[in-house]
Ligand binder design. Sequence first.
Ligand SMILES: Nc1ncnc2c1ncn2[C@@H]1O[C@H](COP(=O)(O)OP(=O)(O)O)[C@@H](O)[C@H]1O
Ligand SMILES: [Mg+2]
Length: 352
Amino acid sequence: MGRIALKDIRKSFGGVEVIHGIDLDVEEGELVVFVGPSGCGKSTLLRLIAGLDRPTSGAIEIDGKDVTRVNAADRGLAMVFQSYALYPHMTVRQNLSFGLENTRMAKTEITARIDDAGRMLEIGELMERRPTQLSGGQRQRVAIGRAIVREPSAFLLDEPLSNLDAELRVTMRAELAQLHDRLKTTMIYVTHDQVEAMTLADRIVVLRKGVIEQVDTPLGLYNTPANLFVAGFIGAPNMNFFETTAQGGHAELPGGLTVKAPGDGKITVGIRPQHLRLADDGEEALEGIVTLVEALGAETVVHARAVDGTGMVTVLSGQPGLHIGEPVRVALDHAQIHLFDADGQRIIPASG
Ligand SMILES: Nc1ncnc2c1ncn2[C@@H]1O[C@H](COP(=O)(O)OP(=O)(O)O)[C@@H](O)[C@H]1O
Ligand SMILES: [Mg+2]
């Protein structure tokens, strides 16, 4: 239960297409995260799956059954929104039972489900309160509880934690991961926050301008980004990019450092800030001038301008004692570089 398939889904609003042919298979019990910049179509896609909106073309299947024309209420899914969407004049208990009471479910079953959800989400003590008497985190728990009591075949969550402060967001993120582990119900989770995506997902779908850029596990995306967009989007601080030219099996970086690069022509060399370190004396290095130092204690984020003007960021462990305006020389781990062709697509090295 909870297998979801999208087949060449397209969606236009007023003649403008915003979803450009999405194919995706979500497996039973999987936690899939849709991530991408604001406006890339995450909410639109989720609403199409929920049945709150109809695709312009293409098909949606749940457990092998075509539900493209099936009403939202009959898809067996539950959606949780950023805005919580609780009924303000109802108590927590009434918010949870609303929707179940319209079905033919027995009162004892409804009570049992609400008690279960109350225990699971630790909101049992709050049942007689109204939403205005709850904190933001408690409201979001109730919104999730309302989805849980319906025992859906899948949960659809649209930026459910975005209204919470940073600390609470981290706590709730962990709770959601534990909840998924306990329920083992399919979840599709939408966020613009790549850290949230990395920490929660079994698989991440990276969206940009209504198309899928890449689908992979969090570490799959981190280790082998398919293109420049994914490389720049996943990982913090952002990957460093150096535009250069491959020639005779090599490419040169600012400062004269060379890396292995197959083919001939324009390429981009990507290096994560964590894969750069201070160079030893006499070692081949990227050279630049320090423009900003962020000392975090355990590590130091050093921003620099390379000799050709390219900005670069290095995450150094400890407290290297660098200052703005000083020259800096950094060496790289050659096994950890990423190469992209002139179209921004990952280059697979010919060998090794
Ligand atoms: N009801 C609508 N009418 C017209 N345009 C819309 C509507 N809903 C979304 N869009 C447009 O579709 C694109 C994707 O929006 P959305 O799915 O909300 O993005 P995201 O959730 O990734 O921020 C945006 O360009 C947005 O303006
Ligand atoms: Mg959205």
